[in-house]
Write a protein that binds this ligand. Structure first.
Ligand SMILES: NC(=O)c1ccc[n+]([C@@H]2O[C@H](COP(=O)([O-])OP(=O)(O)OC[C@H]3O[C@@H](n4cnc5c(N)ncnc54)[C@H](O)[C@@H]3O)[C@@H](O)[C@H]2O)c1
Length: 256
């Protein structure tokens, strides 16, 4: 099994449609011990989803924009496991004006944008910082990305946040590499999750993606992305860091 005896922290499970839910499921199937995180009112939903995993995991409180939660997370993981072998970052949020605004990129204020960047981008560094003391050489951090090399319809400031996320992953790979910790991203094609449904106009991607992707694309199937996440968590990608693996049916590689 790919993750035999490994301890993996999975953020971002909201519903069974969440990409992170499938990551947790595949990780357990591959032998990992898993803990989930959630926060505030979302927690009840996460706990309900957790019950549908093969081995229902505990849920730890974590709002990535709350320093006290991050500090408590380190202690909680130290007490429960003593070490963390893998971390899945599957967190994204942007205030409504950041996405699909009539005025496009001009629709959002700095207050909106700073929230989007804090929760969707900076959080990768915050999570890495909280888990780093517990990560031994061979550990792996994997984040969920949406290809930020182009300007997409409606994605707007979330696209900017993802571009910074991609850059941040490379800098984290640089700074954690000497500790033997890998940092990689999986750039998934559009998937019909709660976060995606909150983006006005996102349906436009969903409609065209399958036609652009040489392998085709199923917007309801999170398994290919989850399997790539688990592979990157495993020792089978032991010399790969700062990488973005596209799991999008091949759409990113096509001219039209
Ligand atoms: N759905 C897609 O089409 C798609 C494609 C590529 C990448 N992604 C990325 O995948 C990741 C997971 O999103 P998803 O599509 O599975 O949607 P989702 O709505 O199921 O998950 C988003 C998660 O972010 C969490 N979150 C939001 N604010 C948070 C905070 N302050 N602290 C902690 N957690 C917080 C939510 O609780 C939720 O669990 C996101 O980074 C998203 O950008 C999604």
């Amino acid at each position: 099994m790919l993750l035999e005896d490994k301890t993996v922290l999975v953020t971002g499970v909201l519903t069974p449609a969440s990409i992170a839910f499938e990551c947790a499921r595949v990780a357990q199937e591959e032998g990992a011990k898993v803990l989930l995180t959630s926060f505030g009112r979302a927690r009840a939903l996460t706990e309900r989803s957790a019950k549908r995993l093969p081995d229902p995991p505990d849920v730890i409180e974590l709002d990535v924009s709350n320093p006290a939660d991050l500090e408590a997370l380190t202690d909680e993981l130290r007490n429960r496991w003593g070490r963390v072998d893998g971390v899945v970052h599957a967190i994204g949020f942007a205030p409504a004006d950041c996405l699909g605004h009539d005025e496009g990129i001009f629709g959002a204020t700095w207050d909106d944008v700073s929230t989007a960047l804090e929760v969707s981008t900076y959080s990768l560094k915050a999570l890495a910082q909280a888990t780093r003391p517990l990560m031994a050489p061979g550990s792996s951090i994997v984040g969920l990305d949406f290809d930020a090399s182009k300007a997409w319809p409606a994605y707007d400031w979330m696209g900017v946040a993802k571009a910074a996320f991609e850059s941040l992953a490379r800098y984290l790979a640089r700074d954690l590499g000497p500790d033997g910790i890998r940092v990689n991203l999986v750039a998934a094609g559009p998937l019909r999750t709660t976060a995606a449904r909150s983006i006005p106009g996102f349906a436009r991607f969903e409609d065209v993606w399958g036609g652009r992707a040489p392998l085709g694309w199923d917007i309801t199937d999170t398994k290919p992305a989850a399997r790539a996440v688990v592979a990157l968590l495993s020792d089978w990608f032991g010399a790969t860091t700062g990488e973005i693996v596209h799991v999008d049916g091949g759409a990113h590689a096509m001219g039209t």
